[in-house]
Structures are given as C-alpha cells and as structure tokens.
Ligand binder design. Structure first.
Ligand SMILES: *[C@@H]1O[C@H](CO)[C@@H](O)[C@H](O)[C@H]1NC(C)=O
Ligand SMILES: *[C@@H]1O[C@H](CO)[C@@H](O)[C@H](O)[C@H]1NC(C)=O
Ligand SMILES: *[C@@H]1O[C@H](CO)[C@@H](O)[C@H](O)[C@H]1NC(C)=O
Ligand SMILES: *[C@@H]1O[C@H](CO)[C@@H](O)[C@H](O)[C@H]1NC(C)=O
Ligand SMILES: *[C@@H]1O[C@H](CO)[C@@H](O)[C@H](O)[C@H]1NC(C)=O
Ligand SMILES: *[C@@H]1O[C@H](CO)[C@@H](O)[C@H](O)[C@H]1NC(C)=O
Length: 443
C-alpha cells in the first residue's frame, strides 16, 4: 500500500464526492468499497477486486454512474417531514433547537453507522444530557421518570428523524429510556444535588475544558467523578444489606448513574453551546483512547507472515486482504488509528508474527480508516473532530485529515501503549496531519 497517488488532486476530490453519494446508497449497494472503486475507474476496480476475494457474486455492485445522473445540486438532499410527537414529553426542545439540527446532520441517515463512534453518538448523547439539563431549570429535576423517558426518547428520535437523522439512533448508539432516568443514583433533583456537591468547585473545574490537556490532566473529569461519588454515597444503607460482591458492582453502577446526573446539572449551568463543547471534549478523551474496530481472526495473516516469512508477496497479500476488512467499518480519528495499529500489531505478535510487516507491506495509518476509493483517499478524522455540516445545495461535509502516508508503527515490547493521554501524540498529529474539508463544492 502507499506508493504514488493514483489520482491527481481534483480527481481525488471527485472520488470523494462519488464516495459520499455512494454512501447514501449504502444499503442498496451493500459494499461501499467496491462501490466506490466501481465509480472511480474500471482499471482500479479490477485491480482492487483482486485483493478482495470475499465478495460474493450476490453482493456484486451495480454500476453506479453519477456523472451521467442529473446533478445532485439540482434536487434537495432531504425533504424535512413533520415529526409525530407523543405530546407527553415535558422536555423543552426549543431550548436546544440548534443542537438538535447539528445532531441530525452528525447522524445523517446513511452516514450514522460510519460516524457513530466518533461524531454521531457523542453528539446525540450530549444532546440528551443538555436537553434534560436545560429543562431542569424549569422542572427542578435532573432525571425523567420511566414513562416520560419513553415518550421523550421516542419524541427526540422523531424530531431528529424528521430533520434527516438515521431512524435507528437508539440502536446505533445504544441509548435506552433508562439513560434518561436517574438510574441508580439516589439524588435526582437540583436542590438535593446542590446540598451534596460543591457546585462552584465543579463549575470552576468544568465551565471550560481544555481540549488537549483535559485528557491527561483530568481536571474536569476528576471533579465530575468526585461529585458523582458524593451523590452515590448519599443513601448509605446499601452497604449492610447486600453481599460484598454485589455491593461493589452496584456501587460502581451507581457512580455511573450519578455521573449522568452531574453532567446534566453542569449542562443546566452553561448555555447549550458551551455545554455541548464541554461534553464533546470530555467524550473525546474516551473516544481517542479506544480503537473501535472489530478485528477478524488473524490466522490467515499468521499463516503467511508468521515465524519465518517464506514469501513476502503472499504475506503482504494476506495482510492487505486483512486490512481491507477493517476498512469497511468506520471513520476513525488519527489517534484511534495509532491505537488500532498498535492493537493489531500486538495480536499478530501473539500469533508469532515477529517481522514488522507494516513496514514490509507499507501499511500506513490511513489504511486503518474507512477508504474513500483508493488507498490515497482514506479519511482519518482529526483527533478533535468537528461536527458534520449540511448545505442544502451541496450536502453533508466533514473534515478529514488527509495526511501523507504515515507509516503505521509496529509495536515494540518496550513501548508504552498509546493512549489519548499523550500530549506528544496530540501535538504531533495536529502538526503532521493536514486538515481538509471534504466538501461537495470543492468538486
Ligand atoms: C423532495 O421533494 C421534491 C418535490 O416534491 C422531490 O422532487 C425530491 O425528489 C424530494 N427529495 C427527496 C430526497 O426525497
Ligand atoms: C423553552 O425554552 C425557550 C428557549 O430557552 C424559552 O423561551 C421558553 O420559555 C421555554 N418554554 C417553557 C415552556 O418553559
Ligand atoms: C444506557 O444505559 C445502559 C444500561 O442501562 C448502558 O449499558 C448504556 O451504556 C447506556 N448508554 C449510554 C449511551 O450511556
Ligand atoms: C455474589 O453474591 C451472590 C448473591 O448475592 C452469590 O450467590 C454469589 O455466590 C456471590 N459470589 C461470590 C464470588 O461471592
Ligand atoms: C509467492 O506468492 C505469490 C502469491 O501467492 C506467488 O504467485 C509466487 O509464486 C510465490 N513465490 C514463491 C517464490 O513461492
Ligand atoms: C509460537 O511459537 C512458539 C514457539 O515456536 C510455539 O510454541 C507457539 O505454539 C506458537 N504460537 C502460535 C499461536 O502459533
């Protein structure tokens, strides 16, 4: 992989455009990779198909001819519809309407599964928290009871869906009505909260969150945890009546529930857009620290690359085939790609692959991301990803780091695991990776 770019820049932009259009038809085509190759050019398609023996004839892509189709600019991408609301939800949706439109774009129908981990779900979850936080200013409550939770979750899905969001966000982001309730936190009203928690200290720590340093310094995260612990200890009774093993589990789930209460309180003290910024920066620390990809069995690679490598070509062929499975999953950030490269390297080492096959096979960080059509067009999101944007005439766009081919680092035994708490990595990635707006208009 790597090598000189196959496509000139304008052509690459075109490929990106085609890819994005193609994504919208994902459920029809069922294989974005092949689909986007099919569009870019026939020769590339044949070459790349050879690397992907797993494509069954039944999922063969239909030809996709966007260049012959009417210009997408001519027709609206989406017609908003009227949401069917329950009439039973007490939340004040109008207090967060701009947040809701942003969420609808971040979780746009066919994009949602690919942006779920980094952009869509963090934004959806932040919206739910802020919605309850803002409404608490009127109700005094930082949680919904189970009846209201059901209605409200259904209503917000309706509202988001009517603005173009995927209609299955609950499933995609594993959000349940219980996530809007107090869970097992013993405190759920503002007065109770403020009698337990030192609220000015919490606001000082979390009113502004440093996007780069927070993941390491944990100034706000620690303040939230401390507040959640205090709330969780509010009803001391549990300890005596429960078996020790259960108590610990229950206590930690209580702290989790209370953490949500803390976040909602915080969101009631900030304006919606500042609250959103704080919540997204906090969730970024978690997002960047975990590789979200599913790794298939590494047997095939181990067979060709393990122990003594007998045939470099066969080894790299197996490796490219393996990586192509990762490239169908999800957009990831540049920091996540480092984590994914490290995780896969360790898995392979466990299988006795001792040679640095990333170097042998020229695997780069971009090779871990969802591919846009050629290896040169992989999209790594920035480590501090911004929201997707929508323009009625040009559609959805979001920012990618189109970095040059940064070699994937092969993990060494002495190397500490890469984590989001690594200022150096942050600094480096911000410097190395170019920010690039994949906007239809650029074509
Ligand atoms: C939106 O409505 C217009 C007019 O009814 C129609 O021509 C267009 O195809 C619709 N667009 C979508 C994405 O459904
Ligand atoms: C809902 O929020 C809006 C904007 O913050 C505010 O003007 C309105 O009074 C609120 N509605 C209710 C019923 O409190
Ligand atoms: C919602 O709550 C369930 C447990 O009830 C939990 O497993 C899940 O992670 C929560 N989802 C979010 C987005 O917090
Ligand atoms: C944990 O508690 C349950 C009942 O509450 C009990 O059945 C189980 O044996 C306990 N497990 C251990 C490891 O003590
Ligand atoms: C190495 O593997 C490739 C592809 O599997 C094969 O075409 C080639 O003949 C092999 N070379 C040797 C020397 O075995
Ligand atoms: C790795 O190599 C060692 C020693 O050669 C062997 O005992 C072990 O079974 C191998 N592991 C795998 C997963 O092949």
């Amino acid at each position: 992989m790597g090598g000189p770019p196959l496509l000139s820049l304008p052509c690459r932009l075109l490929a990106v455009l085609l890819f994005l259009l193609c994504l919208q038809d994902f459920y029809k085509f069922d294989d974005i990779i092949v689909c986007s190759f099919a569009m870019v050019d026939q020769i590339t398609e044949e070459k790349e198909n050879a690397l992907m023996p797993d494509i069954s004839p039944s999922s063969a892509p239909q030809p996709f001819l966007p260049l012959l189709a009417p210009s997408p600019m001519a027709t609206p991408f989406f017609n908003s519809s009227i949401p069917k609301l329950s009439g039973q939800c007490i939340l004040n949706f109008s207090a967060v309407d701009s947040l809701i439109s942003t969420t609808a774009v971040d979780c746009w129908t066919s994009f949602a599964p690919f942006l779920a981990n980094v952009i869509c779900c963090p934004q959806f979850q932040a919206t739910l928290i802020i919605l309850i936080g803002q409404s608490s200013k009127e109700t005094g409550m930082l949680a919904l009871d189970s009846t209201h939770a059901n209605h409200c979750l259904s209503d917000i899905q309706q509202i988001l869906g009517s603005q173009g969001a995927n209609s299955d966000l609950q499933e995609i982001c594993s959000v349940h009505p219980s996530n809007l309730s107090e869970g097992s936190c013993p405190v759920s009203d503002i007065d109770g909260f403020e009698s337990v928690v030192d609220s000015s200290q919490l606001l000082t720590a979390c009113g502004k969150v440093d996007p780069v340093n927070e993941c390491c310094s944990k100034i706000c995260q620690n303040a939230i945890l401390e507040a959640a612990r205090k709330l969780a200890l509010r009803d001391g009774g549990l300890m005596t009546s429960m078996a020790i093993n259960n108590t610990l589990i229950q206590h930690s789930s209580k702290i989790d529930s209370c953490r949500n209460i803390v976040l909602r309180w915080l969101s009631s003290r900030l304006d919606p857009s500042s609250a959103k910024q704080v919540l997204r920066r906090l969730s970024n620390c978690n997002v960047n620290g975990v590789c979200p990809l599913d790794f298939p069995d590494t047997k095939g690679v181990a067979k060709n690359c393990g122990n003594e490598i007998k045939n470099d070509t066969a080894c790299c062929h197996a490796m490219e085939n393996y990586v192509s499975h990762l490239q169908k999953q999800s957009f990831i950030t540049n920091l996540q790609s480092l984590g994914c490269a490290s995780l896969l390297g360790l898995k392979l080492q466990e299988m006795n692959v001792s040679t640095n096959i990333y170097s042998l096979c020229q695997i780069s960080l971009k090779d871990f991301s969802l591919q846009v059509g050629t290896q040169e067009s992989g999209c790594l999101l920035p480590s501090l990803p911004s929201d997707a944007t929508f323009d009625p005439s040009s559609g959805i766009s979001f920012t990618c780091d189109l970095n040059d081919n940064i070699a994937a680092p092969w993990p060494s035994a002495s190397q500490a695991s890469s984590s989001a708490c690594n200022k150096l990595v942050y600094t480096l990635s911000v410097r190395i990776f170019q920010w690039f707006n994949l906007n239809f208009k650029s074509c």
